[in-house]
Design a protein around this ligand. Sequence first.
Ligand SMILES: [Zn+2]
Length: 201
Amino acid sequence: MPRAKKKKSLAKGLLLPGFYISTIEEFSAKSGAYEDGGGVYSSKVGLPEYDGMEHYVSVKPFKVSAPERLILGASYVGLVSDVHKNFAQVTIFSKDQLGRPVPFSALLHVSRGGVRRARAATELVKPGDAVVVKLITNWVPLQVSMEGPELGVVRASCSKCGAPLTWDHDGVLKCHACGHREIRKVSVDYGRKNLHSALIN
Ligand SMILES: [Zn+2]
């Protein structure tokens, strides 16, 4: 059975784009794979699926599942760690069986920031802001949204002097120490006490 011998050398684990799978004599490329110079390669992040009868190989896209304790569609308290033009990095917190907070890294894309006119994530959040966000993917990278009045920044500090900012008017926070005003996507729950512990799932 020469075919059985060949199967032993076939790629089995997770494939990244451009990874070699087999020769074109062994398999033809179906979805998620392509042929190049006598070889078959993966075009996706995924797991190979071989059809031994038809001699096709396809790559089934692979999604890394989020930890089970994270609930799709649930709100989480988070801390903004980094802000880029199109997205911000947010550390969201769940808790373990003993009630201790467990951090997870998530992305907030500017299009899901809850402000239609926003052209950059810097118009929504700044590093160090506490936010309430909704989990919108349950695979890695985790993605969150601030669409909705209760979602957005709930605590922020003045970027000039570090004093706590207070709500001034829609989308604008004010520093009473130095008078500086800053824009954010502000939650209706901005400044509410005990919000942090109430929202850790
Ligand atoms: Zn200030």
